[in-house]
Design a protein around this ligand. Structure first.
Ligand code: KG4
Ligand code: ZN
Length: 338
C-alpha cells in the first residue's frame, strides 16, 4: 500500500446520497451529501422507491463533486469503499453497483463496509487518538446497538434494540406532533424550551439487571396515546413539554445501558455514533455520567453523525489495511448484522 492512501467512500443505504475522499483513513478531503429530505418530507418518512430513484439521479454528480472538492481525479484513488448493508435494498444496490463498476474499470480494490461499523469510524475522522479496546453506542434511525471493539475488525454486539430504533421513535413522535421530518433535530431543539417533568413516559428494560438490550416501541405507543388522549379531552398540550418528557425517557435508557456496559467491559474511551449521537441532551448527560468514571466521551461533529461517505471511506481504509477486500460478485445485504 502506498504511504498516502486515498479512498473514495460511497454511502446510499437510506435517503442520503453521499461520497467522500479520505486520506489515510483519518483526513477528510471532501464530504458531499445530497439529502432527499424535500422528497420524503410530505410522507413523514422515507419512501424506499423514491429513495432509490433519487440515488440513481444523484450518485454521479455527487461523486464528481467529491473528487473535485478533494482536488483529485479517479486516477489518484487507491480504493473504493461502499456500504453494502444494512439498509434499503434498492438504495444499497445503487451504491454497490457504482462502486463495483468504478473499482473494476479503474483496477482498484473494493471494500464492502457494514453501515453500522461505518458509523463507528466517523470517530476516527475528528483528529482525536482512538485507543482500543473501546465501547460504542451506535444510535440511528435504523439501529440502537451497544458495541465492544477489541481492535479493528474485532467487534462484539453487547446489546441491541428488540423492536424500534431510537431515531425511528424520534421521527414517529415528531410526525404525531406535526413537527416535520426528520424528527430528531426538531425534538432536540424544541425540548430545550420544555418541561421534562410535565409527563412521565415508560423506560422499558431499564431496570432489568445486567441486560443490555433496548426496547422503544412501548415508549412510542405511550407517547402517541398521550397525544391522542389529551386531544380527545380538549387539552392543549405544549409540544415542547411533550418533546422534553419523551426525550428524557429515551436519554435515561440510553445513558443507563451505556453505564451498564462500562461495568461489564473496561474502557478508557466511550464513542457515540449515528444520527441520534447529534442529540444535545444525550451528549450532555452521557458526558456527565462518564466523567465520574474517568472515561472520555467522544462523538463526531453533527455532519459526520448522520449518514456520510467519509465514515465509509475511513472504515474502508482500515479494511484495506487488513486485506479485507470484496469480491466482484458483491451484493447488497439489507439485513446485514454487525
Ligand atoms: O445515522 P442516520 O443519519 O441514518 C440511519 O442510519 O438511520 O440517523 C438518522 C436518524 C433519524 O431518525 C433522525 O431523526 C435522528 O437520526 N437524529 C436525531 C438528531 N439528529 C438526527 N435524533 C435525536 N437528536 C438529534 N439531534
Ligand atoms: Zn446511518
Amino acid at each position: 500500500m502506498t504511504r498516502k492512501t486515498l479512498i473514495l467512500g460511497l454511502e446510499t443505504s437510506c435517503d442520503d446520497t453521499a461520497a467522500s475522499v479520505v486520506l489515510n483513513g483519518r483526513n477528510v478531503l471532501s464530504n458531499v451529501v445530497s439529502s432527499q429530505e424535500q422528497f420524503h418530507r410530505r410522507f413523514g418518512g422515507i419512501v424506499p422507491e423514491i429513495a432509490s430513484r433519487c440515488h440513481l439521479d444523484y450518485i454521479n454528480p455527487v461523486i464528481d463533486e467529491a473528487l473535485s472538492k478533494a482536488g483529485v481525479t479517479v486516477r489518484d484513488l487507491d480504493g473504493i469503499a461502499v456500504t453494502y448493508g444494512p439498509g434499503l435494498v434498492g438504495s444499497l444496490l445503487v451504491g454497490v453497483s457504482v462502486a463495483k463498476a468504478l473499482a473494476y474499470t479503474l483496477d482498484l480494490p473494493l471494500m464492502a463496509v457494514n453501515h453500522l461499523e461505518g458509523h463507528i469510524y466517523a470517530n476516527f475522522l475528528t483528529g482525536t487518538t482512538i485507543t482500543f479496546p473501546l465501547l460504542c453506542l451506535v444510535v440511528s434511525g435504523g439501529h440502537t446497538s451497544l458495541i465492544h471493539m477489541q481492535d479493528h475488525g474485532l467487534i462484539e454486539t453487547m446489546g441491541r434494540t428488540r423492536d424500534d430504533a431510537a431515531g425511528e421513535v424520534f421521527d414517529k413522535v415528531a410526525r404525531a406532533l406535526g413537527l416535520g421530518f426528520p424528527g430528531g433535530p426538531i425534538i432536540d431543539q424544541l425540548a430545550r424550551q420544555g418541561d421534562a417533568s410535565a409527563f412521565r413516559f415508560p423506560r422499558a428494560l431499564m431496570t432489568e439487571e445486567g441486560k443490555l438490550d433496548f426496547s422503544f416501541s412501548g415508549l412510542k405507543t405511550s407517547v402517541l396515546n398521550c397525544i391522542r388522549r389529551e386531544a380527545e379531552k380538549g387539552n392543549r398540550v405544549k409540544p415542547a413539554d411533550l418533546a422534553a418528557a419523551f426525550q428524557d425517557a429515551v436519554v435515561d435508557v440510553l445513558v443507563e445501558k451505556c453505564f451498564l456496559a462500562i461495568k461489564k467491559k473496561e474502557t478508557k474511551q466511550f464513542l457515540l455514533a449515528g444520527g441520534v449521537a447529534a442529540n444535545g441532551e444525550l451528549r450532555r448527560r452521557l458526558r456527565q455520567r462518564l466523567s465520574n468514571e474517568n472515561i472520555e466521551l467522544l462523538y463526531p461533529p453533527v455532519e459526520l453523525c448522520t449518514d456520510n461517505g467519509a465514515m465509509i471511506a475511513s472504515a474502508g481504509y482500515f479494511y484495506l489495511h487488513r486485506g479485507r477486500t470484496a469480491p466482484w460478485d458483491l451484493n447488497a445485504v439489507p439485513n446485514l448484522e454487525l
